[in-house]
Design a protein around this ligand. Sequence first.
Ligand SMILES: [Zn+2]
Length: 354
Amino acid sequence: MLTNQDYLFYLLYALIITALIIIFWLMKKKRKSPDPQQGDPVGAGVAIIYSPAYAIQLFHWLPNKTALYSKYEKIGAELLEERIVTFDRLYIPQTVSMDDLNAVHSEPYLQSLLRKQTVAQIMDIAIPSYVNDKTMQQRILEPICAMVAGTALAADTALTCGFAVNIGGGFLHAKVDEGNASFIINDVAYAVYCLRKKGFTGNVVVISTDANQCDGVHSHFRHDDTVTTFSLFQADAFPLPKVNGDVDVPVSAAIDDDEYLDLLEQHLPSLLKDADPQLVIHIAGADVLKSDPATDLSLSEKGLVRRDMFVAGLVRCSQIPFVHLLGSGFGPKSWRAQARSIKAMVQEYFLPAG
Ligand SMILES: [Zn+2]
């Protein structure tokens, strides 16, 4: 004979099981990507490329690096919250497929990315054993593909509007058949490929101020005379050995804000003069910050903003279309410094495309 207490117990039990099923379903539910959108430049004429689909989401409650990859959504959320850009003015990219990426990566490498172990290893993240390949693809690979599409859209948009910021991208270490140090797909190589396919024949300069040498970018364009690659990086940091680029400027970890800016002023004007670009792409990594745990450079947040403003100002003063990308830097203060720099650039005056 069941008592009232027994009924209550079974009811509670059923409620708990139902709640667990709903929570599990919500966790597994695929996030719907927003439709592509043609936005409008904001502030002084800056196109902001971003999609909520950039959010890398995987097991943030586990003590691993996935929580650190949240800078993209944090910056996007802050710019929207402070109405630096409204949602209807965002440029929202399509995504890219593995077939699209065949142009810049080898088929075996792309196939390997469909396996969870490959992605986990490159991103240096721990994953629970019950996570399957499909879940990894949805939560990590698809956001990355959205950002790759974002860089391609930024490059295309910059040619008409002059200045485009992708709140993501700058995956500088991805080579044709190898991903490294968090980066699995080379968005810069893909963006240049897309422009060439559409008939753009102008010279391109890629400036990397990430703390690590842009070995993946260097290797992609090693035999391409139309693309000049520049990297200013911490000499004794990853990658070791380096891949030779067109212009490499190794620096010691002891360099301060002023010395760092002096070096850019020393190299970049002549680089732009010699290469005569019709597009400049800046991989503006945040791992130059003193607070970054992965490198030993010690720029201040103010120094990072000065760096980004200097590069953007120099390029736009020459009326050269310009793309700004985030690069690496997954330290606790990275997102805040990069958001500050984007806000500063949005508010500054930039000339329209020449
Ligand atoms: Zn880096």
